[in-house]
Design a protein around this ligand. Sequence first.
Ligand code: CUA
Length: 342
Amino acid sequence: MQVVPFSPDQASTFASDVDGLYGFLWTLTVVLGGVLTLLILYFAVKYRRRDPDEIPRPVAASHRLEAIWVGVPFVLAMGIFVWGTSLYVRMYRPPDEAIDVYVVAKQWMWKMQHLDGHREINELHVPVGRRVKLTMTTEDTIHSFYVPAFRTKMDVVPGKYSTMWFEPKRAGRYHLFCAEYCGTSHSGMIGWIDVMEAPEYQAWLSGGAAEGSLATSGQKLFEQLACITCHKSDGSGRGPALEGVFGKTVQLSDGQKVVADEGYIRESILTPRAKVVAGYQPIMPTFQGQISEEQLLQLVAYVRSLSGQQSQQQSQQQSPTVQPQVTPRGAGSQTNANRQSK
Ligand code: CUA
């Protein structure tokens, strides 16, 4: 006989916090519901009409009683609000340093792309105890990336990047579901998150991935699409140089400022005239319909690789030595760039 567990494994750092809040709400609901029901029954019996001619006695108002029944629920409600909000903010604000994975959803599968070029379908390998950030988009309709054991879920919406993050706490294999009805085979749009111990993860990383890193593919595309004729690295082109741009605040021609994140780069490729960098003309053509979501992610990864990790990446490419196996948290993006040399 198979036992259905009351709740999924607590496999991420969010899990016990989410369960704590949920448990509190659940307990509060049961206790309040129980107390109110008992009070209703008790009062119904105690203050029942005993005589057909009975005249009710006037009841004097009690300010103290009123203050209690306004005050206690107020404190409870605000407490839940603050508790829930702080948890939400923590869960939905990705850390600066994390292992980056790009996810493209489509009817009806999940395509995962690691920065080093590893690709997976309906399966995601991550190391235990490291933060993982997913940047996700979809080729068709809305989907939702849901890992119950991590207690986290994020909608994947057409035309934009959604992000989510988690830190797996225990090695194991955990269900991935699509949690947004997306057509006939929605229920089959499922997969696994494989959380591995660091040595196994490194072994997994060192196998396969013959295609080269995402950024290398992006670089090829950058040349193929002739982006390079305008975006010259010395800044003499008709478009801005892209070196060092990623993650920085960019001054726009309309006086506004924008942070050059994945979403901005994506928008600049698909709708180049929406946010033009100050000092440049809106002459870039759109690439809407000419490149796939996966190619867009390659370009994003390439532009990203032009910031900061460039010199290290090149020095690594010249030395065919073994890469550092386990890097501390905070060195995630460098590690990913280093892996290019494989
Ligand atoms: Cu994808 Cu439901």
